[in-house]
Ligand binder design. Structure first.
Ligand code: CP
Length: 304
């Protein structure tokens, strides 16, 4: 299966191979080496939800490897505004490009698209479902800035609707990570995912505050409380602003502690934290480029 839909179908060997390939891509991602590996190849990017990092790092990945990008652009300026279905859109674009990157507000959209596409579909986020390419860059960041084997990590924030943490915890279970979940009660990790993780042999703990975990973990993985996922705005107001990292909170922590965030942030990490040795989130955003270079090169068969 050449589609990238969910982390649940990845083995540890597959992930390790992608991370090793990404490492080889890093000098090209930084503009220090030139490559025409994907010359003549076209990557279509279809974003039905806003994005900065995912869309632009996929585009940069293609340009750095000498390939081309076909961008659907704004939904309003496409025939989706006339009522064209996702299935028909995919059937058309699959005859224009070599692979499709898709972000969509509905859970399961990437899986549906894969049923109508002969070319690889790369899920760039499907509602509150999964965000597997984010997970691969998260793992790459952990490997580069902390360590993957024997990792202790706390996932913090919106664990109910957060697709980045849904995908990430499945991958972490392959590395024997100890996972601490920290969220408002209303935004707990879905029970079904916790059961899956325990069945995969992961050690999972649930806590209410960052303070309880901060001295016991290697990585704090922060996430935004996502206003757009709440059916009722009053429910959002109840949980907004509860879990935050401030300079005060970091006063006595080990220098090795790393803070990650898929971004965008709202106010869950104070800007003063950016200057500390712990802040990793802007590096993390850069690592999306070599990781997505590796992914596209592998799915298009340009590398083995
Ligand atoms: N991390 C992430 O998915 O960012 P964007 O929404 O900006 O793509």
């Amino acid at each position: 299966d050449h589609h990238i839909i969910s982390m649940t179908s990845f083995s540890k060997d597959m992930i390790d191979h992608i991370l090793e390939t990404a490492e080889k891509m890093e000098p090209i991602a930084r503009g220090k080496q030139k490559s025409d590996l994907l010359s003549g190849k076209v990557l279509a990017v279809l974003f039905f939800e806003p994005s900065t990092r995912t869309r632009m790092s996929f585009e940069t990945a293609m340009y750095r490897l000498g390939g081309n990008v076909l961008n659907l652009g704004s939904i309003d300026a496409s025939s989706i505004a006339k009522g064209e279905t996702l299935a028909d859109t995919i059937r058309v674009v699959d005859s224009y490009a070599d692979a499709i990157v898709l972000r969509h507000p509905k859970e399961g959209a990437a899986r549906l698209a894969s049923e109508f596409s002969a070319i690889p579909i790369l899920n760039a986020g499907d509602g509150a479902g999964h965000h597997p390419t984010q997970t691969l860059l998260d793992l790459y960041t952990i490997k580069r800035e902390s360590q993957l084997e024997g990792l202790k990590i706390a996932l913090v924030g919106d664990l109910k609707y957060g697709r980045t943490v849904h995908s990430l915890c499945y991958a972490l279970s392959l590395y024997g990570a100890q996972i601490t979940m920290i969220s408002p009660r209303e935004l707990r990790m879905p029970e079904e995912i916790i059961n899956d993780l325990e069945n995969r042999g992961a050690k999972v703990t649930e806590l209410d505050s960052i303070e309880e975990a901060i001295n016991d973990v290697d990585v704090l993985y922060m996430t935004r409380i996502q206003k757009e996922r709440f059916p009722d705005p009053a429910e959002f107001q109840k949980v907004a602003n509860r879990l935050k990292i401030t300079p005060d909170l970091l006063k006595n922590v080990r220098p090795e502690l790393r803070i990650m965030h898929p971004l965008p942030r709202v106010n869950e990490i104070h800007p003063e934290v950016d200057k500390t040795v712990h802040a990793c989130y802007f590096k993390q955003a850069f690592y999306g480029v070599p990781v997505r270079m590796a992914l596209v090169a592998l799915v298009l068969g340009a590398m083995k």
